[in-house]
Design a protein around this ligand. Structure first.
Ligand code: GLA
Length: 379
């Protein structure tokens, strides 16, 4: 009987223990859920992607202030100046540099412990005419152009040494016309392909620790991809100091396809180069190159259908990016929210676009939640 009692008591004890444990687990669970919900409030893109790659955003002087700055700090851990470090704005005359706005952005990066990409040392646009003009009004010699380019690169790269970890050294040197190889720019007309090679050499000399990138658009489209690849291979074969290729990523809901994207990432990385997505946005319109007027019947409404297509495009792009995390060393968006995008002005001025993950009120869009919804893959 006593024996039975002991059994009965221990059974009761077990039962109450398991009930207690059950309760404890429940309360743990509740606590956990609460923490998770809280964490999700606090978590930004950069946190969801912390095991993958840094997530950056292009900024102007206004982005690093007020409400934009708060959103930026919560969601991103890398920045690229959209315009202020381009040659035209930062070096408007031979003997004059405009450091103020560039310094403000670099200070913001330092104060907030953000990574920073530099953009862009040598480009055919947003470049003052002075660099190509001789004193007699004609064109400068190749030697003079390279010497001016060296002064430019030395001055800008040295100033931000230790803050900027990667530079777009040469931007968009490949021609759009598929029958051509290098773009017929003033750089090319005066210095031939040497302007590219020398730009990388000067940048390496100015900051041996900075990662040096070649950056271009339409880099996924096969006919341009192949010519970019050819240029990169030539640079690598000649031991030009290049570390990576920047795929700008001005894409749309109409492309590129998953297959094209994977193929391009495979090709570029096969050269032993790092790859970054440097200027990501997903336009709701098909790609167009030439500037034109808005057609009278042209709507710029962000319909639920377009929203859905954009969500699917973003979902696919980030799925591929995650698959290539060993190849991709950063993904940067070109602007912060749909409140402002360069695509509101290009290629059709005054036609609103909605290419980013935050809406016009700087709130997360449906596409945002899709992009961060990949827990299963992580587990
Ligand atoms: C190119 C340049 C960028 C920027 C965009 C448009 O992609 O690399 O600096 O000018 O065009 O904003």
């Amino acid at each position: 009987m006593a024996h039975l009692n002991i059994l009965k008591n221990s059974a009761l004890l077990m039962l109450s223990l398991s009930l207690l444990t059950g309760c404890k687990n429940e309360s743990d669970k509740k606590e956990q859920t609460a923490v998770t919900a809280e964490e999700q409030q606090e978590k930004g893109l950069k946190d969801y992607y912390s095991d993958y790659f840094p997530i950056g955003v292009a900024v102007g002087p206004g982005t690093v202030q007020g409400e934009s700055a708060e959103l930026l700090k919560k969601e991103f851990n890398s920045i690229t100046p959209e315009n202020v470090m381009k040659m035209g704005p930062i070096h408007p005359e031979q003997d004059r540099f405009n450091w103020e706005q560039a310094d403000a952005i670099a200070n913001f990066a330092r104060e907030n412990d953000l990574m920073m990409r530099g953009h862009a040392l040598v480009w055919h646009q947003q470049t003052g005419d002075w660099i190509f003009e001789a004193e007699d009004g004609g064109k400068v010699s190749k030697e003079e152009l390279l010497s001016r380019m060296k002064t430019h690169i030395d001055s800008v790269v040295s100033r931000y040494k230790g803050t900027i970890y990667a530079w777009d050294v040469v931007n968009e040197a490949i021609a759009d016309d598929s029958t051509q190889f290098l773009r017929k720019s003033e750089w090319y007309d005066i210095a031939g392909e040497d302007f590219i090679i020398k730009a990388f050499e000067y940048a390496r000399a100015a900051d041996p620790d900075a990662k040096l990138y070649y950056n271009d658009y339409n880099a996924i489209i096969p006919e341009k991809r192949d010519r970019i690849y050819k240029l990169l291979k030539m640079l690598v074969d000649r031991d030009v100091p290049i570390d990576g290729v920047g795929i700008q990523g001005h894409w749309s809901i109409y492309g590129p396809s998953e297959e094209e994207l994977r193929k391009a990432l495979d090709m570029y990385s096969s050269l032993g180069l790092e790859v970054q997505i440097t200027e990501l946005d997903v336009s709701i319109y098909p790609w167009e190159k030439e500037q034109r007027d808005r057609r009278p019947d042209e709507s710029d409404e962000f319909t639920p259908e377009l929203e859905q297509k954009q969500l699917e495009a973003y979902d696919m792009f980030f799925r591929v990016f995650r698959d290539y995390k060993d190849v991709l060393s950063s993904v940067t968006f070109w602007n912060l929210s749909d409140q402002y995008s360069w695509l509101d002005y290009y290629p059709v001025e005054g036609r609103k676009n909605y290419p980013l993950l935050f809406d016009e009120d700087m709130q997360r869009k449906k596409a945002y939640f899709k992009v961060v919804d990949f827990q299963e893959e992580k587990e």
